[in-house]
Design a protein around this ligand. Structure first.
Ligand code: MG
Ligand code: MG
Length: 256
């Protein structure tokens, strides 16, 4: 069942969403050659706890992993798609891209967002990968309106990505969000005809998150049970927003 939220609940989700935005906006300015992904982690944890919120990723586990994720951020560099772990040993260098994904729980409600940030000068192809991924998210957000259907979102991402010569990751998906970080529905970045195609209604809140590979769509999970990487070793980009469906259209909760 897809849980719909009333305006009072959406306002709480807005507060959580804005905190996630502030954290990512700050981390974006810290990304440069020579910084470790762990330094980003430390800053994020400080900001989230000082705001009276709980870092939603820290301690999170799934049946597939069986272990608790130990960090506030997922930092996924280059061929890492999602769920990379911050590390003092992972020093960013010029030409890298780093996906920073985080979530918070504030007053019982979750916010979840991700950005992919270039480190110094990056290649033209990688610039285009980031642009196309971000555009696919924006185009999908535009479909988050009452009366549309879930496949309008999924298909919009898939079409924009493939029209630009890139591929969507199939093993990881977006999700409904609210009093739980992961609620129904699952939101693949392609049309999965095995899934249902519910009509979108006012009060639904969706975390839409295209994960886009420069090369082939295949992924595998590293022995740490979390870090997902591209099978072909080429770069992957990831952008995400938490979006409420309202009678006035999409309300992106994770940006001002
Ligand atoms: Mg996320
Ligand atoms: Mg998410």
């Amino acid at each position: 069942m897809i849980v719909r939220k009333n305006m009072a609940e959406l306002e709480k989700m807005r507060a959580a969403g804005l905190l996630v935005y502030k954290v990512l906006d700050r981390l974006k300015t810290m990304v440069r050659e020579g910084i470790s992904t762990y330094e980003l982690e430390v800053e994020a944890e400080k900001m989230i706890t000082e705001a009276g919120a709980r870092p939603a990723f820290k301690g999170y586990s799934t049946p597939a992993t069986g272990t608790k994720f130990p960090f506030v951020l997922c930092t996924s560099v280059n061929d890492e798609i999602v769920h990379g772990m911050p590390s003092q040993k992972r020093i960013l260098k010029a030409g890298d891209i780093v996906s920073i994904d985080t979530g918070v729980q504030l007053n019982g409600y979750y916010g979840d967002s991700a950005i992919t940030v270039p480190v110094g000068e990056i290649s033209e192809e990688t610039k285009r990968l980031l642009e196309v991924t971000r555009e696919s998210l924006e185009l999908a957000i535009e479909k988050a309106r009452p009366g549309n259907r879930l496949f309008d979102i999924c298909g919009t991402v898939e079409r924009h990505v493939t029209a630009n010569g890139f591929t969507v990751v199939r093993e990881f998906v977006g999700h409904g969000i609210g009093t739980k970080m992961h609620e129904e529905p699952q939101i693949p970045n392609y049309i999965d005809r095995k899934n249902e195609n519910p009509r979108l209604k006012e009060g639904m809140v969706l975390a839409i998150e295209p994960m886009v590979n420069a090369g082939k769509p295949g992924s595998r999970v590293k022995p740490d049970k979390w870090t997902a990487v591209t099978e072909d070793g080429r770069n992957s980009a990831h952008f995400e927003h938490t979006v409420a469906i309202t009678s006035n259209g999409p309300w992106v909760l994770t940006r001002p």
